[in-house]
Design a protein around this ligand. Sequence first.
Ligand code: SF4
Length: 335
Amino acid sequence: MSGVPLLQARELVRRYTMRRGLMGRPVEVRAVDGVTLALERGRTLGLVGESGCGKSTTGRLVLGLEVPDGGNVTFREGPMPPRQTAEWRRLRARMAMVYQDPLGALDRRLPIGTQIAEPLDIHGIGSRADRPERVAQLLRDVGLRPDHAQRYPHELSGGQRQRAVLARALATGPELLVCDEPISALDVSIQAQVMNLLAEVQERSGIALLFISHDLRAVRQMSHRVAVMYLGRIVEEGDPDAVLHSPAHPYSQALVSAIPQPGRGGRRIILQGDPPNPAARPSGCAFHPRCALAAALCSRAAPVLKPLPDGRLAACHVAHGTVSPRDGMPQQRAA
Ligand code: SF4
């Protein structure tokens, strides 16, 4: 192993233009605003944050499903080639995605086996004669039976459908799997099965996972490293034990405080103020209107994501000791 991460994304930016109403002025929204991340083979990076923080867009940029307005992606030691070239397609076949809604991700009119074989046809992998056995093996790999190949999506349970989606994603032998909220549409009883299956697949194949979720408990269970996003930027990143047990960034602290802790006390931090509006990004630290620790500097200067003494990364003036949380705006309250 070279020691170079399988995937590196540097300073990714994705902008959209929105118009409010028919006559409204166009407004630029930075859905992703300078995201840098790295992922090694066989490891899982958890990406967490509220809905709309840019984590799904980050996953799509990494996979080349959207073109970044800035920054770049390196995969297997080299920059991703221009889209739709033969080399791009060759590398793209080594990446796959699992979506939130397995029913929406599958074609209701086609049997499962046909859909699992589809990526093999698209990328010209293996011979047609080998397809049935290859599909049967993929089904076995995800805990389904070969005869499920003849079933249609509506004939499977939610958990079986997500397994079928995973079998299709694994068909080309990807080295990177982007899982975008892969368990949030499933019953709680099925969620653990799907997470265990992902962990088994990783153990067996050494695949790297970008695990995108708003569920901190799932991220804690799945991830070797975790990054917290707020309004298009990573605000804290590091070991899950550090970030999710003793978060350094006030936003991470609020997220973690919302996880019920049976048998343990702890104050829940209720964030005040409006939910983040990407079209009206606050100056300085984008979290400052909702942050109880905000100092005067926070509304003027954006904090840089940089290491704390324990090695984790955080983007917060107070966490880094640049300012004291003395002249804050006490907008959080304990529940
Ligand atoms: Fe709060 Fe200031 Fe830290 Fe932003 S930089 S999270 S406003 S203390």
